[in-house]
Design a binder for this molecule. Structure first.
Ligand code: NAD
Ligand code: ZN
Length: 379
């Protein structure tokens, strides 16, 4: 590539301040250093995690910053020591990486890589503590090691999954975060037995993917819980069989669910980020065998409060990042599920905008409209 080893000037959507619309700027993207790759992003989409850290209401503010972590692109050049991917490879960036060498990466049970696990406060590369983005020599910070709201971005090689080059990036880009997270939360973590009843709290992209995962695992009743009734019609396409809007009841939703299910659901998956929903999701599972899985990213001061008796009564509480998938090892296989038509991703994609209109994707999410909005970098 003619650009290898050189600074690339390109467009990026920069968040200068918390909650202010992103502005498209010309940024300089430095070449990848040791164990890093520079990737040309073709498609990216907006996930609620970007919005939380952009609003920075309950999170550490790090600005100016380039957000974005759900995307698909092509490797432009690689730094020293990179052997796993080469220029031209199709990759999905992942907000939580896999170094393949630490105790977590070597354990079959964990995807919490010591080196590259999600860190939302860090705005620089781990190699040298510097940013690869700048405007007039001033650094612009990274987000979750991905920063995909840029035509080119630099990532640690452990934060990209090499995928089948035949997979359409405008579709499979949504597998790089939300959809795989929800799917894995059900299939890999909640593991609902065949014929079981599952409650899904929050019917955004992640929750709908969790419903889809519960359906694939063979659950027979899937109860969607959301404060936004507009979500219910759409959720039927993802396997939800019943709905509960906590606003329609004057008793705790745990009680409503217990009455509907003869004592509690077998599994629940929380995909809201709201602490009350997290507690409800735990307390609504059946004693003796119920398992609740937390997926939503909470406010930084949130505290989980429940009576210890709820645990003694043999309920289990778990949490997961990225649906317990090891990004580099497992994500290519999730893409193959799509290629084999065992997993449909099109139904998650409800909107699409050119990069110049990226703020529209934020507006849609604020209004709770649609599921995923694809941002096209090239037109
Ligand atoms: P989203 O905003 O599209 O969906 C969230 C849904 O939850 C909305 O429909 C909202 O109405 C509903 N909701 C909010 N509060 C509720 C409450 N108290 N009770 C019931 N429903 C409620 O978001 P998303 O993109 O689907 O992401 C969901 C969550 O998952 C976010 O917190 C996001 O940060 C998190 N996330 C976690 C991981 C992970 O690896 N753990 C990965 C991606 C996203
Ligand atoms: Zn590791």
């Amino acid at each position: 590539m003619a650009t290898a080893g050189k600074v690339i000037k390109c467009k990026a959507a920069v968040a200068w301040e918390a909650g202010k619309p992103l502005s498209i700027e010309e940024v300089e993207v430095a070449p990848p250093q040791a164990m890093e790759v520079r990737v040309k992003i073709l498609f990216t989409s907006l996930c609620h995690t970007d919005v939380y850290f952009w609003e920075a209401k309950g999170q550490t503010p790090v600005f100016p910053r380039i957000f974005g972590h759900e995307a698909g692109g092509i490797v432009e050049s690689v730094g020293e020591g990179v052997t796993d991917v080469a220029p031209g490879d199709h990759v999905l960036p992942v907000f939580t990486g896999e170094c393949k060498e630490c105790a977590h990466c070597k354990s079959a049970e964990s995807n919490m890589c010591d080196l590259l696990r999600i860190n939302t406060d860090r705005g620089v590369m781990i190699g040298d503590g510097k940013s690869r983005f700048s405007i007039n020599g001033k650094p612009i910070y990274h987000f979750t090691g991905t920063s995909t709201f840029s035509e080119y971005t630099v990532m640690h090689v452990g934060s990209v999954a090499k995928i089948n080059p035949e997979a359409p990036l405008d579709k499979v880009c949504v597998l790089s975060c939300g959809i795989s997270t929800g799917l894995g939360a059900s299939i890999n973590v909640a593991k609902p037995p065949k014929g079981s009843t599952v409650a899904i709290f929050g019917l955004g992209a992640v929750g709908l993917a969790a419903a889809e995962g519960a359906r694939i695992a063979g659950a027979s009743r899937i109860i969607g819980v959301d404060l936004n009734a507009n979500r219910f019609e759409e959720a039927k396409k993802f396997g939800c069989t019943e709905f509960v809007n906590p606003k329609d009841h004057n008793k705790p939703v745990q009680e409503v669910l217990a009455e509907m299910t003869n004592g509690g659901v077998d599994r629940s998956v929380e995909c809201t980020g709201n602490i009350n929903a997290m507690i409800q999701a735990f307390e609504c599972v059946h004693d003796g065998w119920g398992v609740a899985v937390l997926v939503g990213v909470p406010h930084k001061d949130a505290e989980f409060k429940t009576h210890p008796m709820n645990f003694l009564n043999e309920r289990t509480l778990k949490g997961t990042f990225f649906g317990n998938y090891k990004p580099r090892t497992d994500l290519p296989n999730v893409v193959e599920l799509y290629m084999k038509k065992e997993l449909e991703v099109e139904k998650f994609i409800t909107h699409s905008v050119p990069f110049s209109e990226i703020n529209k994707a934020f507006d849609l999410m604020a209004k709770g409209e649609g599921i995923r909005c694809i941002i096209r970098m090239e037109n």
